[in-house]
Design a protein around this ligand. Structure first.
Ligand SMILES: Nc1nc2c(ncn2[C@@H]2O[C@H](COP(=O)(O)OP(=O)(O)OP(=O)(O)O)[C@@H](O)[C@H]2O)c(=O)[nH]1
Ligand SMILES: [Mg+2]
Length: 306
């Protein structure tokens, strides 16, 4: 039985609206990961011939960072639950969502980590940054200061990750709140910054849903493409007598080699409860992830204030 058949027999089928058959296009040519119209030919052939190795089993970690209240949680909720909450509830620590896709016929999962933007909760959130394949830095297109803080968020995220192995996205949020003239002004600055930090740029509205699905489809597709290419490169050098050895992913290797002890961090929530986030909680979270059985679900790593 092939690797792909056994993966599919364990998990329920992917939702029909998570099937990606074509490469979703970039948002702005000036700041795109690449501008090709279709998936890489080697990737397409490998998928057709079911030579994608471990990719069908992989869960790529995506972290979403950025200033408080820029709309990170709303962005993830719009995509994963097609929901929008106009009331602000600060994320304390982290939350995560699992999203399963099928790209070119191969199952592929993203683990979307929604992190806290509030300074006092950053020490918790940053312990979850490591092992990310994709870093999404969000800013509010109506708040130039949030764009100004992007480099700091990038620096923090890259401290925990291998900078060469990370795919970077810069995303402007709350597009519905800005006039076309205001938007095009901030877009100039955002595009310039995206080029400098080598990020792909997008602008979305979680309220209206504009570009949200397109954005995450693009993230999933580019992460998938990168993983298949890496797998092909590895299997090319590893194939002995037609047998392909399947080892840990490079991401996992990186994560384990950098296994840091997250600092213990105490804080008080709005109700005055003292919360302690510790390594134990990190480990529980990671165990939860291992138990992932294919259903999208949400687990709070902290409590939410209202
Ligand atoms: N009009 C509009 N409001 C939005 C949009 N996205 C988020 N908001 C509002 O902005 C506020 C903050 O949104 P959140 O998603 O909670 O922000 P966050 O970045 O997760 O904040 P932290 O968890 O504190 O880091 C909420 O009141 C949302 O309703 C959007 O696309 N349009
Ligand atoms: Mg949040």
């Amino acid at each position: 039985m092939s690797v792909r058949v056994s993966a599919m027999s364990v998990l329920p089928p992917v939702r029909r609206d998570r099937v990606i058959a074509q490469l979703p296009q970039y948002f702005r040519k000036e700041a795109a990961f690449h501008t090709k119209e279709d998936f890489n030919n080697k990737v397409k052939t490998a998928c057709q011939e079911q030579r994608t190795g471990t990719v069908g089993f992989k869960i790529s970690k995506v972290i979403v960072v950025g200033d408080l209240a820029v709309g990170k949680t709303c962005l993830i909720n719009r995509f994963c639950k097609d929901a929008f909450d106009k009331n602000y509830k600060a994320t304390i620590g982290v939350d995560f969502e699992m999203e399963r896709f099928e790209v070119l016929g191969v199952p592929f999962s993203l683990q979307l980590w929604d992190t806290a933007g509030q300074e006092r909760f950053k020490c918790i959130a940053s312990t979850y940054y490591r092992g990310a394949q994709v870093v999404i830095i969000a800013f509010d297109v109506n708040d130039i200061a949030s764009l100004g803080h992007v480099r700091q968020w990038l620096e923090d995220a890259l401290k925990e990750n291998d900078p060469t192995g990370v795919q970077l996205f810069l995303i402007g949020t709350k597009k519905d709140l800005s006039s076309p003239a205001q938007y095009s002004q901030i877009e100039q600055d955002a595009l310039k910054l995206a080029q400098e930090i080598k990020a792909e740029y997008w602008a979305v509205s979680s309220l209206t849903g504009e570009n949200v699905k397109e954005f995450f489809f693009r993230v999933a597709s580019l992460a998938f493409e990168t993983n298949v290419l890496a797998e092909l490169e590895k299997s090319g050098s590893r194939q002995i007598g037609g047998v392909v050895r399947i080892n840990s992913t490079s991401n996992n290797l990186h994560a384990s080699s950098k296994k840091k002890q997250p600092n213990c961090c105490a804080f008080q929530d709005n109700q005055g409860h003292r919360q302690v986030k510790s390594k134990l909680q990190t480990e529980n979270k990671e165990k939860d992830l291992k138990d992932f059985c294919g259903q999208s679900r949400r687990r709070d790593a902290g409590v939410s204030t209202s």
